[in-house]
Design a protein around this ligand. Structure first.
Ligand code: SIN
Length: 549
């Protein structure tokens, strides 16, 4: 890995931060539109969360499916907080996004009729998930889009951190301060990259929690950067816990191996240590209920389980048979076997873990954040599509749809650019505090929460040690600071929302309350103070950006 100075890219129209599906698709579409684009990514190209996605992409493609059903399923999963207009747009444009992916060379699994094979996941009323190589859908999306990016000669800065936005005196974003990441996470001296627009596609913040299916880079950097740049964030309390990651032993921390919901979609069931099914009687869709319901049911079940049996349940897929498992879920089968379990012969231990962050930078589906020059697409953004709980396999779909729309917006007109002024020196968090923060977030702001626990978390976050002003930063510091910012907003939102809805479950406020059918929208003032407003669903819209041709 080189730590050489970053070559000046003053000619970039657009800087795209992140190289998951949303970032890559934005860059490919911008390149096709003739825009000069540079992709900046913390790791190697394509190392984002997308590469880990197993399930696939939801789109209305089956003969028995209809857009109205996909809309309805998304709204039901979203538990009253979805923006209906955004959902309709997502559903309407999803088939074209899948078609674009295929045109770019994605090899999807096909049925006997030669059309994409469709499967089902939790909350879907029809088979509508397209997939690739069985359970390696995200890897195929990544392979396709990184190939397309390279074929177009798009400039890429790998192992480079976006430290902060460059802003004009009147608050427009006109580029980034970036730093090359060296060995051990040391950061080279930050340099300025000017651009007309910055598109954040940095993914989510699963790493706020001690156990997550998200990769190590999912530290909320984009959300924190956007807050510092004056953008608003919303629905941050709505963190989706996936019901089934492979249980890796008591107190397992960091990224955990996902066991796709598609395994339940094809018939596997959750059982207790005695082989008794857990989900029937808890929801009409049983094991295929929306994810928030299944994770909460597992949490409730474990809370009442005998001591010693409280950290995992079991997924029984034996009746699918070794051949079917090998054909449909080759990666999962391999991972389970290398962990010492054979799903064809025995139930495998599973537990919920933080998986997807429904909230993020408040943006429309074109990526506009209301801060001129700053856009957000994919998991980092909160477009209202997911509401209080994302419907399975709507995430890569949303990333692609938003990317195409954002690129079309920037192809039509670029913001004016401008001359940046020096920004404030943001507070930096001691990275030594990171583990205590993530353990506290899991304990007090996990699948179930209450006011007492959240109050303890808020106090713990307020007491986290800061580094002395001006001290040299490394990647660990940047990430700990982003995690701290996001955890602080999440905790404040979870404390404020005195009800249970979707991914947000308060044991001290278990009912869903109609007066809470609002979204919590937050911003930071220049001194770091947090300001929150509640906005009725449907009215949440970033202020339209001023663009010039
Ligand atoms: C899964 O394969 O279960 C995850 C898919 C998703 O998060 O939508």
């Amino acid at each position: 890995m080189s730590t050489a100075a970053i070559r000046p890219l003053s000619s970039s129209d657009v800087l795209v931060v992140g190289s998951g599906a949303a970032g890559l698709m934005t860059a490919v579409a911008l390149a096709d539109a003739g825009r000069a684009v540079t992709v900046i990514t913390k790791g190697a190209l394509g190392e984002g969360s997308t590469a880990w996605a197993q399930g696939g992409l939801a789109a209305v493609l089956g003969p028995d499916d209809r857009a109205g059903l996909h809309v309805q399923d998304t709204l039901v999963a979203g538990a009253g907080l979805c923006g209906v207009e955004a959902v309709r747009t997502l559903v309407a444009e999803a088939p074209a996004a899948v078609a674009t992916l295929r045109e770019l060379g994605a090899v999807l699994d096909l049925g006997r009729d030669g059309c994409p094979a469709l499967t089902r996941e939790g909350g879907h009323s029809r088979d509508r998930i397209v997939h690739a190589d069985g359970d390696a859908s995200g890897a195929e999306v990544t392979r396709t889009l990184t190939g397309a990016l390279r074929a177009r000669g798009v400039a890429v800065l790998e192992h480079t951190a976006a430290v902060d936005a460059l802003r004009t005196a009147d608050g427009r974003v006109v580029g980034l301060r970036v730093a090359r990441i060296g060995p051990g996470g040391a950061l080279a001296k930050p340099e300025e990259l000017r651009s007309r627009a910055v598109v954040l596609a940095t993914g989510g913040f699963g790493q706020v929690f001690s156990a997550t299916s998200s990769p190590a880079g999912a530290t909320g950097d984009g959300v924190a950067l956007a807050l510092r740049a004056g953008a608003e964030v919303a629905d941050v309390e709505m963190v989706q816990f996936h019901p089934t990651v492979l249980w890796a032993g008591p107190g397992a921390e960091g990224q955990q191996m996902l066991v796709s919901e598609a395994v339940r979609g094809e018939g596997a069931v959750l059982v207790d240590a005695g082989g008794r099914r857990i989900m029937p009687g808890r929801h009409p869709l049983a094991d295929l209920a929306p994810r928030d319901v299944v994770s909460a049911a597992i949490a409730a079940f474990l809370a009442e389980a005998p001591p010693g049996e409280r950290d995992h349940v079991w997924l029984d897929a034996r009746h699918l048979g070794a051949d079917h498992l090998a054909r449909r879920f080759p990666g999962i089968l391999r991972a389970c076997r290398s962990a010492g379990y054979d799903p064809a012969r025995e139930p495998v231990p599973v537990a919920p873990a933080a998986h997807y962050t429904c909230g993020g930078v408040l943006a429309d589906l074109d990526g506009g954040t209301g801060v001129p020059g700053l856009y957000a697409v994919g998991e980092v953004a909160c477009t209202g599509v997911h509401g209080a709980n994302r419907l399975a396999s709507n995430s890569i779909t949303e990333g692609l749809v938003a990317a195409r729309r954002c690129a079309a917006t920037l192809a039509a007109a670029l913001p004016s650019g401008g001359v940046p002024v020096a920004g404030p020196n943001p507070v930096a968090i001691d990275p030594g505090a990171r583990r205590a923060m993530t353990l506290a977030a899991s304990r007090f702001a996990g699948i179930v929460r209450d006011s007492a626990g959240l109050t303890r978390l808020a106090a713990a976050l307020a007491a986290v040690p800061r580094l002395p002003a001006g001290c040299a930063q490394d990647l660990a510091t940047l990430e700990a600071t982003a995690l701290h910012t996001v955890a602080t907003v999440l905790c404040a939102a979870a404390l404020a929302r005195e009800e249970s809805r979707g991914c947000h479950r308060r044991t001290d406020a278990p009912a869903t309350r109609p007066e809470w059918r609002v979204r919590l929208v937050h911003r930071l003032d220049p001194a770091g103070g947090l300001h929150t407003r509640t906005v009725p669903v449907g009215n949440v819209r970033p202020v339209p950006e001023h663009v010039v041709a």
